[in-house]
Design a protein around this ligand. Structure first.
Ligand code: GRG
Length: 295
């Protein structure tokens, strides 16, 4: 990779995803078609970018080492969006500017294709031929812990319970940390693992990830109020319609914006621990832009 930009990461990761999500037997073409619809249909690739940037910030230079790990995180993320859009969860008709997966293919097909993506991610991370078996084991372990019941799935379960309910900032912080920051932490940590980072670097990456992830989710909630559906590629106003507790509903819109800015500055400071190289600079810039993102 010549230089690390959002476009260069997107190109690398989407080419790799396309290769990884190709049916080996044409009788399996239906599930692969639906998995490709969900994993290749747009998306900012923020998580993949984080894997690449942490790989570089920890001294890694052969970026092919991190590609399969970045793809694994993007597959889990895509699977979670498919499930999140289902009628039993957020019931959203639009995702990434197109009909959500169940609207395009049917509910049963969407559930199963998301299961396929979720599990394919672990196959891919466990078999990264550019990393050692010990690195792959560490990568799979981190992914499982961050996506599972103590991470993203646990956060989603709390989210279901708190719908239409009362909330406070501590509950919301825990919920959003699990639902959103944990997978972002997996993305950052996998970049570190691919680069052979030490425990101190992994801990600094986690500090960055948890701050950035929370800022990311708060901005998501703010955009649900004042964002533009055509720019976001999804429906807006859903949180208010379902009376779902969010940072803006608990802190007010201005309070949520202040919290988002403070967290993005804290994340930028955490990135300073990685020095003055271009990758650490990209991590700082990403954090500082978080409070302004429009999609
Ligand atoms: C079985 C994999 C699986 C998951 C089940 C449904 C669920 C548990 C978790 C949902 C978690 C979720 C949707 C959290 C919200 C995270 C979030 C802010 C998503 C939006 O991410 P962006 O903006 O999306 O990066 P793009 O489209 O740009 O990739």
């Amino acid at each position: 990779m010549a230089s690390l930009t959002a476009d260069s990461v997107r190109a690398e990761v989407e080419a790799a995803l396309s290769a990884l999500l190709s049916a080996r037997d044409e009788r399996d073409s239906e599930i692969y078609e639906i998995m490709r619809y969900s994993a290749l249909g747009g998306g900012k690739r923020v998580r993949a970018f984080l894997s690449y940037a942490f790989f570089g910030a920890c001294g890694g230079r052969e970026f092919e080492k991190v590609t399969d790990y970045a793809c694994a995180v993007e597959m889990i993320h895509a699977a979670s969006l498919v499930h999140d859009d289902l009628p039993a969860l957020d019931n959203d008709d639009m995702r990434r500017g197109r009909p959500s997966c169940h609207r395009a293919y049917g509910e049963a097909q969407a559930i199963v294709a998301a299961d396929g993506l979720f599990i394919k991610a672990f196959e891919v991370a466990s078999a990264n031929s550019f990393c050692t078996p010990a690195q792959n084991a560490a990568a799979v372990n981190l992914l499982a812990r961050m996506a599972g019941p103590d991470g993203m799935c646990g956060g989603q379960m709390t989210d279901i319970r708190t719908e239409s309910g009362r909330s406070d900032i501590e509950l919301l912080k825990r919920l959003d940390t699990q639902k959103t920051s944990c997978l972002i932490n997996a993305a950052c940590g996998l970049g570190c693992i691919a680069a052979g980072a030490d425990e101190a670097q992994l801990a600094s990456a986690a500090e960055y990830a948890y701050k950035l992830g929370l800022a990311f989710q708060i901005r998501d909630d703010i955009l649900d109020i004042e964002g533009d559906s055509s720019v976001l590629g999804k429906t807006v106003g859903k949180d208010a319609a379902s009376e779902k507790p969010t940072y803006p509903s608990v802190l007010g819109l201005d309070g949520a914006k202040r919290a988002c800015i403070a967290l993005s500055h804290n994340a930028a400071r955490a990135a300073e621990k990685f020095g003055a190289n271009e990758y650490a600079a990209a991590l700082r810039t990403l954090a500082l832009k978080m409070a302004e993102r429009q999609n």
